[in-house]
Design a protein around this ligand. Structure first.
Ligand SMILES: NC(=O)c1ccc[n+]([C@@H]2O[C@H](COP(=O)([O-])OP(=O)(O)OC[C@H]3O[C@@H](n4cnc5c(N)ncnc54)[C@H](OP(=O)(O)O)[C@@H]3O)[C@@H](O)[C@H]2O)c1
Length: 289
């Protein structure tokens, strides 16, 4: 049993990870805001003084850093904040954690010309979010080789408390008979939060370090992803209309052919990326319980 501190623990991935690790490890859950029905500690990772006071005393075996500014357009309009949350704060954890770090990065470190990407591919971010995630990786490597960086993409789940979730937006819009416009020119391999949580557990068990990629099995565009969601949840697919990134006019540029190739990590941990259809079915069954 390890003593593990999780930052950003009440976000989308944090909730899945808490379920996955909760029975086997002693977890210290931290975030900027602790929901009233949960147990955890407030820890803003940008607060270097607080990180310095809190972390060494805990004598941790591992930190898993999920805290991030994940609003990609928000990062573009407020790059200073994005820089501090996504990059500078990682240095705080590295300086005072006194233990290995598992850090989650993104396929947005790539330009999206040639995805899905392997670990050896050259990085070239095209928006502020991607730049800050790449910088965070470099900070990790500058402090040694005992850490693990997992790049993933389009993490999804259906948690009532999750603020920004593509799955939740599609399901709730279609349930309310609302037409939605979804891009056909952004490709990824969407990753169920539970699949990634299991992968993190296996990486801890097998002491995986270095840089690895994890994304689920199906490589498709956002429009196709929305259609699959509607199909599995029995909602009206005709309400989903095609659009393009140009027409959507999002503030931050998005990689067109993003996504990550999980081949290396899949072989290392003995786990195949699950299919989108199976994952959505599991979420639907859990949701209707
Ligand atoms: N979601 C994706 O598609 C995706 C894709 C690739 C990589 N990732 C990476 O995976 C990790 C987990 O993402 P997620 O999907 O779970 O995102 P999420 O749902 O947005 O969770 C992130 C959590 O971090 C918290 N946080 C923000 N600023 C913080 C700070 N200064 N100190 C402490 N906590 C802070 C957030 O709180 P607030 O909600 O109050 O801000 C939130 O609870 C992140 O590193 C993200 O960059 C995500």
């Amino acid at each position: 049993m390890k003593k593990i501190l999780i930052t950003g623990a009440f976000g989308q991935l944090g909730r899945a990870l808490t379920c996955e690790l909760g029975n086997e490890h002693r977890l210290i859950l931290t975030d900027t805001f602790i929901p009233s029905d949960s147990h955890g500690f407030q820890l803003d990772i940008t607060d270097r003084k607080l990180v310095k006071e809190m972390l060494p005393a805990l004598e941790l075996d591992l930190i898993i850093n999920l805290a991030a500014m994940t609003d990609v357009d928000g990062c573009e309009s407020n790059p200073d904040k994005a820089w501090i949350v996504n990059s500078v704060s990682v240095q705080n954890l590295l300086d005072f954690g006194q233990c290995p770090l598992i850090h989650i990065s993104s396929d947005y470190v790539f330009d999206g010309e040639n995805g899905p990407y392997k670990e050896i591919d050259d990085t070239s971010p095209i928006n502020v979010y991607g730049e800050t995630k790449l910088e965070s990786e470099e900070l990790v490597w500058a402090t040694g080789e005992r850490h693990l960086v997992i790049r993933t993409n389009v993490v999804y789940d259906y948690e009532p408390t999750t603020k920004a979730s593509f799955l939740k937006w599609v399901v709730e819009s279609l349930q309310n008979n609302k037409e939605i416009h979804v891009v056909t020119d952004q490709y990824n391999n969407p990753t169920w939060a539970s699949s990634l949580a299991y992968v993190i557990k296996r990486c801890i068990e097998l002491h995986v370090t270095g840089l690895v990629h994890w994304g689920d099995k199906d490589y498709l565009n956002r429009f196709e992803f929305a259609k699959q969601i509607a199909k599995v949840f029995g909602l009206n697919q005709k309400l989903i209309k095609e659009t393009t990134s140009e027409a959507l006019n999002q503030l931050a540029l998005r990689p067109e052919k993003g996504g990550v190739d999980s081949t290396v990590l899949s072989a290392a941990i003995g786990y195949e990326p699950p299919s989108l259809a199976d994952s959505l079915q599991s979420i639907k069954e859990r949701f209707s319980e």
